[in-house]
Design a protein around this ligand. Structure first.
Ligand SMILES: [Fe+2]
Ligand SMILES: [Fe+2]
Length: 197
């Protein structure tokens, strides 16, 4: 059950659109976002909603996802247009904007950048990026260590997360969107400056 009655329709929608596993993942990400929002004093309800919907297009036909990405008007990088696993993020933001009529720019950006990150993310955007990586269903090595980072300092966690994600793209010889290395440089610098204060 969704935490908010008014979001039951969205829960129903993702249940219809996604496999059981992915539906559970989405519910868990919503919960992780809620909890991070609580920790950092963000808007719990909007964080929860963005988490709930972040993978709404994940199981859409690939060609449809690609078409939505290309036609999104959301400035997809060439690396994004060429990488099928990245399409669902842009396509998801388009779907939420156009089909669900959600005009909340922060929620749309959080969904649009949840796979690749970008520089200067808002608190809500960072929460969705990290919530997706620490949801209860995640079981990669060191996930518990990373969960702790997320609750200790959200900007340090962003740096750690970007290194982890960029590294996994490089290991597979995948192309990196410029948004990801801009994000990496930004959070590196941000944390360095904070350290020297
Ligand atoms: Fe995703
Ligand atoms: Fe996800």
């Amino acid at each position: 059950m969704s935490r908010y009655e008014e979001f039951d329709k969205y829960e129903k929608l993702i249940k219809e659109r996604l496999s059981k596993k992915r539906f559970n993942h989405s519910m868990n990400v919503a919960e992780a976002c809620y909890s991070l929002a609580e920790r950092y004093g963000a808007d719990k309800k909007r964080c929860y909603l963005a988490g709930l919907l972040h993978d709404v297009m994940k199981e859409e036909l690939p060609e449809k996802q690609k078409q939505m990405t290309v036609e999104s008007g959301m400035l997809p990088d060439t690396a994004e247009v060429e990488s099928p696993p990245l399409w669902h993020a842009v396509a998801g933001a388009v779907y939420v904007r156009d089909k669900l009529d959600i005009a909340d720019e922060e929620i749309l950006a959080a969904i649009r950048f949840h796979t690749i990150g970008c520089a200067k993310m808002t608190l809500l955007e960072k929460i969705v990026y990290l919530g997706d990586m620490i949801s209860e269903d995640r079981d990669y090595k060191d996930v518990d260590k990373f969960r702790k980072f997320c609750y200790d300092d959200i900007n340090v966690a962003m740096s750690v997360a970007l290194i982890y994600n960029i590294e996994s793209v490089c290991k597979k010889c995948g192309k990196l969107p410029h948004y990801s290395f801009e994000a990496y440089n930004y959070y590196l610098q941000y944390n360095k400056e904070k350290e020297s204060l």
